[in-house]
Design a protein. Structure first.
Length: 479
């Protein structure tokens, strides 16, 4: 059979590639299939054919996977939030671990490394401390609505998550199982008022409209919520009035909402971040507690989205660090200083480096509130800072260990160059992207050897994971 676009063929799904596509073979030709599970036999339709691979979509499941389970969420299958609610959680963890191993082998050139047992999330549902909902003027219609043409909801308003594979359409969400149940009450209070106002959601095609994002942050350890509503700049009395109405309704109906913030953004970029913000009630701050450390966060500060899983992650970092108490440790891409502050009591000094000044201010406030005096935070682009590592070492002390926790894109080659020139005895790499982590390990292999790896899952039912790796300077390993 010749494979071409539109061809239908039966396939066995062998495994799942990083990113979530299933891998199958037809006469030794690789085919990537979306929205499938390992162990399934499926009838697929080819959607794209290239010289070395093809892509396909499933048409029918002919034999179910032995690891298939019934998804709990009524939005599963159309919502772009969860990909694997229908896959047994232990199998999810196994897949993520194998993907890290393959990335390190194929991209990083790592053939021998100690893989410690992976750490599962303490909770498989209701584990998130932050959710970002999007407003949209084009609601994703379900198949039964299309067939019956009896719409229970308007087609031109939605508040929820983007439909899987469709950035321009939004699935209207009534209930999400990833954050605490009170989130759904907050979501529906805001949605009902915004919908009844007849004020239009922001349209990414025309760049007109008012409602943009609803961001809900939840303290897993304190129990309260911070709500941030992002709109375009109010241009009428009506728009200002409805924002105040939402604030009053949340205060009256959702007792656990401790802060409500109205942020505005007139930029075309679809980022749930306001250029200006106004606190309508509360402090505008939310707190979390890990071990004996209390963290305070402003509305846009980064904190890992799985609070209980984050403690597991930081414990792995501390274990790989194995501090004796007299070390100077550098924490690159430190955000609000969460790792820095977590390990501060175990080392002599921590120097944190972070791009966003707001996050640095949060880090400094967190140190002050926890009476921590051995942390220093520097604000700036790591690419630029890395060119002055020697100067920083002279001023604050040469590091015995460096922690790196870069964004998904990984470290810039200039930062890697700075690390190689600095030559700290060990680097503990934390990464949410195994492919860029493997690439960074490859670049560091000139002077460092990856000796230990552990996968920590903070994102059940998604394709994401955290990886922690210990890189030791080669001469130190050989000794």
């Amino acid at each position: 059979m010749e494979l071409k676009r539109g061809t239908e063929v039966e396939l066995e799904i062998e495994k799942i590639a990083y990113g979530g596509h299933g891998i199958a073979r037809f006469e030794n030709f690789v085919i990537f299939v979306r929205n499938v599970l390992p162990g399934q036999r499926v009838l697929v339709k080819i959607t794209k054919k290239r010289s070395s691979y093809a892509e396909a979509i499933p048409m029918e499941v002919l034999r179910e996977s032995p690891w298939a389970v019934e998804p709990k969420c009524g939005h599963f299958g159309v919502c772009g939030g969860c990909l694997w609610q229908n896959l047994d959680y232990s199998k999810q963890l196994e897949i993520k671990t194998s993907q890290v191993k393959e990335s390190l082998s194929h991209i990083g050139g790592v053939s021998e490394v100690e893989f410690l047992p992976s750490v599962p999330s303490p909770e498989a549902f209701y584990y998130r401390n932050k959710l970002e909902f999007t407003f949209g003027p084009r609601r994703w219609l379900l198949s039964d609505e299309i067939e019956s043409d009896k719409l229970e909801k308007p087609k031109d308003f939605a508040l929820g998550f983007h439909a899987r594979g469709h950035w321009e359409k939004v699935v209207d969400i009534d209930e999400c199982l990833l954050q605490a149940p009170e989130t759904n009450r907050i979501l529906n209070v805001v949605k009902n008022i915004a919908k009844k106002s007849q004020i239009k959601p922001y349209d990414t095609l025309t760049h007109e409209g008012f409602w943009r994002f609803l961001v809900i942050r939840h303290s897993k350890t304190k129990g309260d919520f911070l709500v941030n509503l992002v709109t375009t700049s109010p241009a009428s009395v009506e728009e200002n009035s409805v924002i105040r109405q939402i604030a009053d309704e949340l205060k009256g109906k959702c007792a656990k909402v401790s802060s409500f913030i109205h942020s505005t953004s007139d930029k075309k970029a679809q980022i749930a971040y306001g250029d200006s913000s106004k606190v309508l009630f509360g402090t505008g701050i939310i707190k979390e507690v890990l071990e004996n450390v209390t963290y305070s966060f402003s509305v846009n500060s980064f904190f890992q989205t799985n609070t209980l899983g984050t403690k597991n992650l930081y414990d792995v970092v501390a274990d790989f660090l194995k501090p004796a108490g007299d070390e100077v440790v550098w924490d690159l891409y430190c955000g609000a200083g969460t790792i820095s502050i977590y390990i501060a009591g175990r080392v002599k000094k921590v120097i944190g480096m972070e791009l966003f000044p707001e996050a640095v201010r949060d880090a400094e406030r967190n140190c002050e509130e926890n009476k921590i005096t051995n942390c220093v935070f520097l604000s700036g682009d790591l690419r630029e800072i890395s060119r002055n590592f020697d100067t920083i070492a002279e001023r604050y002390g040469k590091p015995q260990a460096i922690i790196t926790d870069p964004p998904r894109a990984g470290m810039h080659k200039d930062v890697v160059k700075g690390l190689l020139e600095l030559g700290a005895p060990k680097i503990i790499g934390v990464s949410c992207n195994p492919t860029t982590f493997a690439r960074d390990v490859k670049m560091l292999s000139e002077k460092y050897r990856l000796t230990k790896v552990r996968v920590v899952d903070l994102f059940p039912h998604t394709t994401h994971m955290e990886t922690v790796g210990l890189l030791e300077k080669i001469h130190a390993v050989e000794k």
